[in-house]
Write a protein that binds this ligand. Structure first.
Ligand SMILES: C[S@@+](CC[C@H](N)C(=O)[O-])C[C@H]1O[C@@H](n2cnc3c(N)ncnc32)[C@H](O)[C@@H]1O
Length: 198
């Protein structure tokens, strides 16, 4: 399953667009999306006037980029100076990393004191059963259905976070959670954003 197809041929593109707006980006902001795949989220942030960078570990994901400012890098060691960005995002990355706090600490290092770190991950409401119900309700077929169910299965195998869990993860990384929201059907995704503590 290619992330280029998922980002461009399924409802996931709308989820990323909604996440981009939820981050309330401002024109002129310098932004970084970690684990960007082919770069749809940075492309949306660029459309909103940001100078938007993206990084991904996987060279193949960057093979047919949807955006210009993409580079290969590992979330745990990002090749940018401290306090560079107004907004650092990660969509559907931290929930399957073995050490999510480590990546989040690295994201914190890069964000300005007045900046934001924003995450999208499976919520506590995510499960294969809930995803199947949503797929049936919406009549999803093909890649749309398969990618939603695959996401749910990966979430069950790794992390699903509620607001309390993400608040603790933020605190562990030196961040303070400021806002949280549930999106996608009955709330299968949890969006959070927060600021640096000091
Ligand atoms: C589930 S995809 C999400 C892609 C995109 N953020 C989205 O929401 O459509 C996860 C992405 O994270 C990348 N990735 C996995 N581990 C990573 C790491 N340690 N550092 C950076 N990127 C990583 C994968 O190559 C993949 O492109």
């Amino acid at each position: 399953m290619s992330f280029l197809a998922i980002q461009t041929q399924t409802g996931w593109g709308r989820a990323l667009q909604s996440f981009a707006d939820w981050c309330r980006p401002q024109a002129g902001w310098l932004t970084l999306d970690v684990g960007c795949g082919p770069g749809l989220l940075p492309a949306f942030l660029a459309e909103r006037g940001c100078q938007a960078y993206g990084v991904d570990l996987d060279r193949a994901s960057l093979g047919q980029p949807l955006h210009a400012l993409l580079a290969q890098a590992r979330a745990e060691r990002l090749p940018f100076p401290a306090e560079s960005f107004h907004l650092v995002t990660a969509s559907n990355l931290l929930f399957f990393l073995p050490e999510p706090a480590r990546a989040l600490r690295e994201m914190r290092r890069l964000v300005r004191l007045d900046g934001w770190v924003a995450l999208l991950n499976p919520s506590e409401r995510m499960s294969v059963a809930a995803a199947m119900e949503l797929a049936d309700q919406r009549g999803l077929v093909g890649l749309d259905r398969h990618s939603l169910l695959d996401w749910a299965a990966r979430a069950e195998a790794h992390h699903r976070w509620d607001e309390v869990g993400l608040s603790a993860l933020f605190a562990e990384a030196g961040l303070s959670l400021q806002e949280s929201a549930l999106k996608i059907g009955p709330g299968l995704a949890r969006l959070v954003r927060g600021r640096r503590i000091g």
